[in-house]
Design a protein around this ligand. Structure first.
Ligand code: C2O
Ligand code: CU
Ligand code: CU
Length: 463
């Protein structure tokens, strides 16, 4: 629904039987009965209000990932929406590995429903929304709680990029299935945890099938024209290195036009795309570079067996492709580089495993309300992330620019505004951001969802 100043959506979260595997039903947790959930579309500068009703058996929290959102609607992990059915202890099941001794703190509790208000004072970008309940984000997202939220603006609309049916969001997420078709998430057994048997969980849960928009190995009948593919890695913990097979003559199959936070200044050409959890890459692929009738596979070089297959584009056999007046201009956007030299503060955050089995930031297991940083609104800061393992590091509230990796240049997938950066083992990554508005409590965390659930999160408070 829309009126003069805002767009509103209503979403009921409920269980639904999906048809993902032939002949089987998958009982999922859904936004509105589908996986992915309904795509929300916003216009930059116009408020979007999303009312969520919780008909699931457990409390939920909704977070708009990449949203520049006031704290009250950001989906802080203890600001729960309790089930409409009543019942559901807010602290139920808060006995996940790494959460021993965590205070049973509750936040702003809503009963049955909550409206999240997004001012959308931000540029066009591919955002997504997902569950963010403390200690349960991994299982919640795995069971199906994720969807796209696209923001459009005039700057992007003025460009001749592929649009309409040739602008396709692709949510890539791996899953495993039990014999009856249900999603299989490794059981969390505290006794096993105490005995140190948590490998399937501690390093992040991997599925054995890759789904694209909820379907295994889908095939798109495509014309030999340009397509814009908005790739999102919505997997709990899996990393991808995506390639087209065969490669088009001359390589550089992907022309990257955007990242997490919208358009790049200029397009970047890639033979392959690396995407760690929660990252987005917005690319244009020109299928007119292939012969009519070619079957082009999107493959994952980091996978093996079934996880190396993502999807396929079956190109039309017709020798005369339909009209295509799209192209990728050399200049996409005016993008001011933030100057790390102007930073008021440089802060270091170490992402490490604790001896006790949880995952920590600066040696601390997450505790709601314990603040690791207090940035001042209106100032620029440099944040340095260092690690012992692979961690996709995500910042709420503001997008950032990558300044350096191991004190050298940023990597090939670091261009533009980002909200999640892939931090490799023993690496140091510096990012620069500007805290513009919205005072309050926000989060910095690892987006390997099992690391996140095992306490690799921190609060920061803007003031
Ligand atoms: Cu997509 Cu705090 O997460
Ligand atoms: Cu987020
Ligand atoms: Cu991590």
């Amino acid at each position: 629904r829309s009126d003069g100043t805002s767009d509103s959506y209503e979403i009921t979260q409920h269980q639904a039987d999906l048809h993902i595997l032939p002949g089987l039903r998958t009982r999922a947790w859904t936004y509105g009965g589908s996986f992915p959930g309904p795509t929300i579309v916003s216009r930059s500068g116009r408020r979007t209000v999303v009312r969520h009703r919780n008909e699931l058996p457990q409390p939920v929290v909704v977070h708009l990932h990449g949203g520049h959102t006031p704290a009250a609607s950001d989906g802080y992990p203890v600001d729960l929406v309790m089930p409409v059915s009543g019942g559901g202890d807010p602290m139920a099941g808060m006995d996940m590995p790494g959460m021993d001794g965590m205070p049973r703190m509750s936040g702003d509790i809503a009963h049955g429903e909550r409206s999240y208000t997004y001012p959308v004072n931000q540029r066009a970008a591919t955002l997504w929304y997902h569950d963010h309940r403390m200690g349960f984000t991994g299982p919640g997202v795995w069971k199906g709680l994720a969807g796209f939220h696209l923001v459009h603006d005039d700057e992007e609309d003025a460009l001749p990029l592929p649009r309409g049916e040739r602008d396709i969001p692709l949510m890539i997420a791996d899953r495993s299935f039990a014999a009856d078709g249900s999603f299989r998430y490794p059981a969390i057994d505290p006794a096993m945890h105490r005995a140190g048997v948590t490998d399937a969980y501690t390093n992040g849960v991997l599925g054995d099938v890759v789904l694209v928009n909820g379907a295994p190995w889908p095939v798109l009948q495509a014309d030999r024209v340009r397509y814009r593919l908005r790739l999102l890695n919505a997997s709990n913990a899996r990393d991808y290195r995506l390639e087209l097979s065969p490669q088009p003559p001359g390589g550089a199959a992907f022309v990257q036009i955007g990242g997490d936070g919208g358009l790049l200044a200029r397009p970047v050409r890639h033979d392959a795309l690396e995407l760690s959890p929660a990252e987005r890459l917005d690319v244009v692929v020109d299928f007119s570079r292939y012969r009519p009738g070619t079957k082009v596979r999107l493959i994952n070089r980091f996978g093996s067996g079934p996880t190396s297959e993502v999807m396929r584009f079956d190109l039309s056999p017709s020798g005369r492709p339909p009209a295509d007046d799209s192209h990728v201009p050399d200049q996409l956007s005016e993008l001011a580089a933030l100057d790390p030299g102007k930073a008021a503060v440089t802060r270091t955050f170490a992402f490490q495993q604790s001896e006790k089995g949880g995952w920590t930031i600066n040696g601390e297991l997450y505790q709601p309300g314990r603040t690791l940083a207090r940035p001042k609104l209106g100032t620029t800061e440099v944040w340095r992330f260092v690690s012992d393992f692979h961690h996709p590091v995500h910042l709420h509230l503001e997008h950032f620019q990558v300044v350096s990796r191991n004190d050298a240049d940023p990597g090939p997938y670091d261009a533009g505004w980002k909200d999640t950066v892939s931090l490799r083992p023993s690496e140091a990554v510096e990012v620069v951001t500007r805290f513009t508005d919205y005072p309050g409590k926000f989060m910095l965390h690892c987006h390997n969802l099992e690391h996140e659930d095992m306490a690799m999160m921190a609060d920061f408070v803007t003031e």
